[in-house]
Ligand binder design. Structure first.
Ligand code: FAD
Length: 438
């Protein structure tokens, strides 16, 4: 099946249809100018890459998960590093990052498929050098960084020699309304002096630098008040207060979320990323593709727990000679999960394709739709998989409970469900203003 996009001036009309229906529509609307096709066929190149990644995840990463769940990160870090080296030798490192910096340079739809394959294990993205928040920071450094910034921060970041974090959300201000920032960066001589309290700066523990969002001009219109500034974490005044305990787990290193106090943190003005006052514009660029990466990672998680659920259902004998798989309620969960995963997956691939074709700004509706839709599907599928496993599902003997704890946050970060729903509904309703529907 081919998904057709028709464009009438600037308005995109989406139709899931066959070619004859398209011809009919063109006859009805002769001013429809351009037609392009979304093809769901996966290229031979991508089939090979996905096949290699799938095998690597199954053979090298999934067997490490029990240690990952039960031992301190330090104990397994050398093994994780060995796996990262292996990935580099296989030339599968940094699939979504620019070739000139050592990545594979895959486009967004291609990387969506990679992200799905890697999402099956919590170690996947980190071992392949395409983990958040570094992935988003790499994107904006590549788009907005100066030559010096690219040399100093972007290159070693893509190479996996250093890590970074993104420091925007504040303890006392609503992250859902980011224009309400309290952190300031005040000019003093050739420097900015940053003061503020941030939290949920994921992976700050052990990072070399943070990209900090701070108000540089209180008088400017709300969306032009803030800027992004690169702050090396060894700068005096950069104080990592604690790794926050999240769902009973404090985490460490890459797998952590920090609270950070910026106390008279002095940074050269040359560390400004992009133009002053363009913090929100840059943040928007960061979030579009980032949501595709997350959503396809979540589809990978759905696939993994779905496999575990089905496998448990056919093995677990629940009465003499009868397995869980013979029970209609379990069959219903399996059928519903399969349908939900499939529809969520197609929606994400479509949104990725839209971003490739028309850019993130014109694909905002599609991006918001997938963000809350896929997060919700994932939560339901994980919950069903846990339920099918009974008491075993609650233990850390399977990966399900890890996903249950850690992925609840999907409905909160990168825009809470409610924010995306409101934004989508407003966009849709606008299309009906002044229009009579019979
Ligand atoms: C695991 C995790 C990792 C994160 N990583 C990072 C990171 O690396 N860097 C970073 O800067 N931040 C990060 N965050 C923070 C995240 O971006 C914020 O938590 C998010 O933006 C929500 O902001 P808030 O927590 O202040 O909630 P609030 O803004 O206080 O919102 C609370 C709740 O109110 C509801 N709500 C909000 N607005 C509306 C509305 N208009 N109408 C109706 N209901 C509404 C929603 O249900 C929302 O969950 C992370 C968060 C988590 C949980």
């Amino acid at each position: 099946m081919t998904l057709h996009i028709l464009r009438e001036k600037t308005t995109a009309i989406l139709l899931l249809t066959d070619k004859s229906a398209i011809r009919l529509r063109l006859m009805k609307y002769p001013n429809i100018k351009k037609e392009s096709h979304m093809n769901f066929e996966v290229s031979d190149k991508m089939k090979t890459i996905i096949g290699m990644i799938g095998e690597f995840v199954d053979k090298e990463l999934i067997p490490m998960e029990q240690d990952f769940l039960s031992k301190p990160l330090k104990a397994i870090s050398p093994e994780i590093e060995r796996k990262r080296e292996l990935v580099k030798h296989m030339e599968l490192w940094a699939p979504n990052h620019p070739k000139e910096y050592g990545g594979m340079g895959l486009d967004l739809v291609e990387h969506a498929l990679v992200s799905e394959a890697l999402g099956r294990s919590p170690l996947g993205h980190f071992v392949f050098g395409c983990q958040a928040p570094d992935a988003g920071n790499i994107e904006i450094l590549n788009m907005f960084g100066t030559k010096e910034q690219k040399q100093k921060y972007l290159r070693p970041l893509v190479e996996g020699k250093i890590r970074s974090c993104f420091s925007m959300t504040e303890v006392d201000m609503p992250g859902s309304n980011p224009v309400m920032l309290e952190t300031t960066a005040v000019k003093d001589g050739k420097d900015y002096v940053i003061n503020g309290q941030k939290w949920y700066s994921s992976s700050a523990d052990g990072a070399d630098f943070a990209i900090v969002m701070a108000v540089t001009n209180h008088e400017a219109p709300p969306y032009l008040r803030a800027s992004m500034i690169i702050v090396p974490t060894n700068t005096p005044g950069f104080n990592l207060v604690r790794n926050i305990s999240v769902m009973g787990h404090t985490g460490e290193g890459y797998f952590s979320h920090a609270e950070i106090l910026y106390q008279s943190c002095r940074i050269p003005q040359t560390n400004l990323l992009g133009p002053e006052g363009h913090g929100f514009v840059i943040a928007q660029e960061r979030l579009g593709p980032g949501r595709i990466h997350h959503c396809m990672r979540w589809i990978g998680i759905c696939n993994r727990v779905f496999d575990l659920m089905c496998s448990r259902a056919v093995q677990r004998e629940i009465s003499a000679g009868k397995t869980l798989a013979t029970k209609q309620i379990i069959q219903s969960w399996i059928a519903e999960s399969a349908a939900e995963i499939q529809s969520a997956r197609l929606m994400v691939l479509h949104a990725a394709w839209m971003i490739e074709k028309v850019g993130a700004a014109l694909a905002r509706k599609e991006i918001s739709l997938i963000k809350f839709m896929v997060a919700g599907v994932m939560q339901k599928v994980i919950d069903r998989a846990l339920q099918v496993h009974g008491g075993l599902g609650m233990t850390d003997d399977t990966i399900i409970s890890f996903f249950f704890r850690h992925e609840r946050a999907a409905r909160i970060y990168d825009g809470a469900d409610e924010v995306h729903k409101i934004s989508v509904a407003k966009r849709i309703l606008k299309e009906y203003e002044g229009k009579k529907v019979k």
